[in-house]
Write a protein that binds this ligand. Sequence first.
Ligand SMILES: Nc1ncnc2c1ncn2[C@@H]1O[C@H](COP(=O)(O)OP(=O)(O)OP(=O)(O)O)[C@@H](O)[C@H]1O
Ligand SMILES: [Mg+2]
Ligand SMILES: [Zn+2]
Length: 503
Amino acid sequence: MAGTHIIKSAGLSGVSGFGVAVEVSITNGLPGFVIVGLPDNSVRESRERVRAAIKNIGLEFPMRRILVNLAPADTKKEGPIYDLPIAIGLLAASEQIDPVSEKAMFVGELSLDGELRPVTGMLPMALSARADGIDSLFVPKACALEASIAEGIKVYPAGHICDIIDHLRGERPIEPAPPYDLAACEPDRLDFSEVKGQPSVKRAIEVAVSGAHNILLTGVAGGGKSMMARRIPSVLPPMSMEEMIESTAIHSAAGLTNKSAPLLTRRPFRSPHHTVSTSGMAGGGKTPKPGEISLAHNGVLFLDEFPEFQRNVLESLRQPLEDGSITITRAAWTCTFPSSFMLVCAMNPCKCGWYGHPNGKCGCSEEAVKNYARRISGPILDRIDIFADVPSLAYGDLASAGKSESSAKIRERVTAARARQLDRQGTPNARMSGDRLAAHCVLSREGAELMRAAYDKFALSARAYGRILKVARTIADLAGSRGIETEHLAEAIRYRNSGMLET
Ligand SMILES: Nc1ncnc2c1ncn2[C@@H]1O[C@H](COP(=O)(O)OP(=O)(O)OP(=O)(O)O)[C@@H](O)[C@H]1O
Ligand SMILES: [Mg+2]
Ligand SMILES: [Zn+2]
């Protein structure tokens, strides 16, 4: 007797899922077990796990010619996730279970005794399954919550392959996972109310966050740069459902989802250490994995001690800062990852950290101070919208007993300003396209003159010009103003006018 059976499964390419058909055929002939269709080594090892699992649960492993074809044949298949569909296909092809619906999909790694182990990239695979018309998804228990984020598809969590066999035989149906519960997310532990004084820095941060503009905080040691940057998540505007799913899918593809609360409900805040490698930052590896800039998609990338990052790591930010995505090409693959993030950087003005501090501890020469700033290349600085100087905290502010304004209050203003931007052009101001810029950032005559003077005086680039207009638009949005007034533009120009830009 011979049989062929097709079981639906899925694969992961970068941060998106795709459908895979696992075709299992059993023919008479010398016993053998071959997997074709661009499997990697871990897929080939499926043979051993599937063989052991089927024997260990007391079913029959067919001693005939077994051929497994993973289609589409031209796409690489990775990882152990095909164990489950191969095993189910073998059982169906050898008539130990009935044929399986073509609207059912199976993913999961098997242990030698048939237990199901979690897989990476569950959400993107579930989303692609839904798009392909799959209605039932059989997954390892530990991935069920994540799969259930893809609304409208029945998710069957299984701890063991026997659970699935019993279900398919109609003996012991599996209870489908309940719809994903968007439980209220817990509030941030860090709050701006703990940050004393520094009103101008807080204002600059509020503007930056409102329009998703890039910001660099420069100041002496202990001025509160890291302290303030780490509180930025507490004032970020809320995410749309679409953004949550998009960001969660990226984390899932990187194997970084929280199994007990997989849906990212707050904007990501990534702060890689300055020793991070280029592939850690930008993405890459043997198989395409998203890097920090993609994990920060829809959120914030915070680079503390900015000049300490390797130069080529910083240079890798150039394309994504402009395009909102990154394309990585290796010998074996090319992959595009989303990477639209707000860049927040912090640095000291000099190597010792005290330049400009009244304590007079800085012994750095003017030249050394300039060289320190020059570690950051012009093209990177040109992509910074807001340069904020962080002065050392005045004693009066530090010793004052009062609490500062809470993050909740700041967030209210930010959220209102962001809502105006989304209503007007569907994106935060920082991502406004050129034609929108012309339509929405019209200057008065007085404003235009101010802009011309700044352009000449500070020798601005065309990019800087556009970026100033966008920041001015955000300041107007914070003020609830339809037009960009001269005071809004003047504030935006002030943020751009930094000693950092002088060479
Ligand atoms: N504005 C402030 N309000 C209250 N505490 C502050 C403030 N600024 C600094 N501090 C205190 O000083 C500590 C050091 O601040 P922080 O680490 O943010 O400085 P920094 O500017 O990042 O310094 P460095 O350049 O050395 O990294 C904080 O943990 C906090 O206790
Ligand atoms: Mg710091
Ligand atoms: Zn110094």
